[in-house]
Ligand binder design. Structure first.
Ligand code: GLU
Length: 552
């Protein structure tokens, strides 16, 4: 081959040819139409919610089609590597029900026939392909320093030319083989560049599975394929790995869309079949009047750990992400309230082409729906699991009062419109604290929420009167009749129409009386059904709360 000697000088120990690897990793034996997808993070140690978003799409597309979903670790930027990050990634995804069928299984272990699945262990493979490109005159060593490149760039900008290393500006492109070998033997530092055959006047038509039909100019840039540390760039590794690992569908963030011309060219030059691509929208957040990228630095909710700490059931996060992925999920969920989300078919072409808006309020709604569908026993189990780790006081209280806690979690659950009190386990304490004296005693007078038109002293009078009439052992209707009788006795209306007609004739409505009882028992205006609360509390607790309230 033309530049075999140069190739041998650069990679003296590489003996295999690309064919060796092409034969080593044969075509996958999967059924027609099955998709092979991968999650390919850099092991930085930070689990971003965007990673779960990506992995969920990958997993759904692979699993729905009976394909393969594998984990590849992209650790060629070794400065960023963090100990234990791979295991952490696997555990995080597992928690969200996302399990890899192939690829890395731990920091130093893997399964599957298409490995190694960690880029830092694939050095030989990249070098083999780079060597062949050099020998064929399709790649070359470049000795330009960063100062040289900076000067070139300044000049191109001043001349109003596209900046970059290409065509006539690619000065190392035309070095003779002897000269290049001489400089290497002299110990000069170099990188390896692709000799781009592209012409920026030509346009390429492309179909992206999310963005639809797109068109872009051919790449004419002599991009770097191997860095001075001998490791491949993202571009080069992407082409080789996804080709050899048999990825059918590259699903990745839209920040890579602008590199697509380079990738298409690399696949062609390397003689690989191009995969399908799907570029997912970036997760954005509304910040005042504008949208911006969800930021690791500014937004707590960008970290996966946030959802653990706040106590969102993982399924809530998944269902919320499915809402972002396909807006049709919401309707499907309404029509199929009890179905497993796996039965919803994710489709890439229904995905929003622009930013995906991340919205905690919407997440809370979704999560309330998820939790309200759970049986009380299940809520209890989830809750104590969370509390054990994040709220010891609640853990002790709730587990010491298991029966009571389950009764509380069961309030208004069985009916056709179950209550939607909790979006996350961190909400539970504020919603149920009043059942527990230990917590209630710390809730100060300033927190008592009285009905709008009732002063504290009047509320106390109401409680005094009601305490006398109160009878624990009655059904709900009788209980309400008793309450109304107290209302009438104190000058409150029991009939809305009568009250509306002549408001001056009354102190208020029976709802003000009920609201005062509610305030005495719970300190809160918004609670589940009062009769139920009183039944669960029991007569003794109710009476002691009345006394405490009167002495407030
Ligand atoms: N390691 C790349 C990233 O984290 C992966 C992109 C891809 O999926 O190809 O952005």
């Amino acid at each position: 081959m033309k530049f075999q000697q140069l190739a041998n000088t650069i990679f003296p120990s590489i003996e295999n040819t690309p064919d060796y690897y092409i034969n080593k990793y044969p075509k996958r034996n999967i059924k027609e139409g099955a998709k092979v997808t991968r999650y390919a993070p850099s092991p930085t140690g930070f689990q971003h919610i965007g990673g779960v978003f990506s992995a969920l799409i990958d997993e759904r597309i692979a699993t729905q089609s009976g394909g393969v979903f594998y984990l590849r670790i992209e650790d060629t930027d070794q400065k960023r590597e963090v100990e234990g990050a791979i295991e952490d990634t696997i555990n995080t995804m597992h928690k969200f029900g996302l399990d890899f069928t192939e690829g890395m299984t731990g920091d130093n272990s893997s399964k599957g026939d298409y490995g190694p699945y960690k880029q830092s262990e694939r050095g030989e493979i990249y070098k083999t392909f780079a060597k062949e490109l050099i020998a064929k005159g399709l790649a070359y060593p470049c000795f330009c320093t960063s100062e040289d490149l900076e000067k070139l760039r300044e000049k191109q900008i001043a001349d109003k030319l596209t900046p970059g290393y290409y065509g006539e500006f690619a000065s190392c492109r035309n070095l003779s083989e002897e000269e290049a070998i001489k400089r290497i033997n002299n110990g000069e530092r170099y990188i390896i560049r692709l000799k781009s055959p592209g012409n920026s006047e030509n346009r390429i038509e492309f179909h992206d599975l999310i963005k639809g039909d797109i068109s872009f100019p051919e790449s004419n840039q002599d991009i770097v394929i191997v860095k001075s540390d001998g490791l491949p760039t993202y571009h080069f590794a992407h082409a080789i790995d996804d080709a050899l690992m048999g990825t059918t569908t590259v699903i990745r963030g839209e920040e890579w869309l602008s590199s697509l011309p380079i990738h298409v060219q690399l696949f062609d030059i390397l003689g690989f079949k191009r995969p399908e691509y799907a570029h997912t929208p970036t997760i954005m957040k509304q910040d005042g009047g504008s949208k911006r990228k969800l930021s690791k630095r500014k937004d707590a909710e960008s970290a996966v750990s946030y959802y653990d700490e706040e106590g969102y059931p993982m399924i809530s996060v998944i269902e919320y992400l499915l809402n972002i992925i396909n807006s049709t999920f919401e309707e499907w969920r309404e029509e199929n309230p009890t179905e497993d989300y796996h039965n919803f078919e994710v489709s890439l072409d229904k995905m929003s082409k622009s930013g995906a808006l991340f919205d905690i309020v919407k997440l809370n709604d979704v999560s309330k729906n998820v939790i309200c569908r759970l049986k009380a026993d299940v809520v209890y189990d989830y809750y104590i699991k969370w509390a054990k780790q994040y709220d010891e006081e609640m853990y002790k209280l709730v587990t010491a009062n298991e029966k009571l806690a389950k009764e509380i979690f069961n309030i208004d659950k069985e009916g056709p419109k179950p209550r939607k009190d909790f979006a996350k386990w961190n909400d539970v304490k504020e919603k149920i604290f009043y059942f527990f004296d230990d917590l209630f005693k710390n809730d100060g007078k300033e927190n008592v929420e009285l009905p709008k038109n009732v002063e504290l002293e009047e509320a106390k009078r109401i409680i005094e009167a009601y305490a006398k009439a109160y009878n624990f052992n009655t059904d709900k209707d009788t209980w309400f009749e008793d309450l109304k009788a107290v209302a009438v006795e104190l000058g409150y209306a029991t009939d809305r129409k009568a009250f509306k007609k002549d408001p001056e004739a009354y102190k208020g409505m029976v709802s003000d009386v009920a609201g005062s009882v509610r305030a005495a028992l719970t300190h809160r205006a918004n609670t589940p059904d009062l009769y139920t609360i009183m039944q669960i509390m029991g007569e003794k607790l109710v009476r002691s709360r009345f006394t405490e309230f009167i002495n407030l």
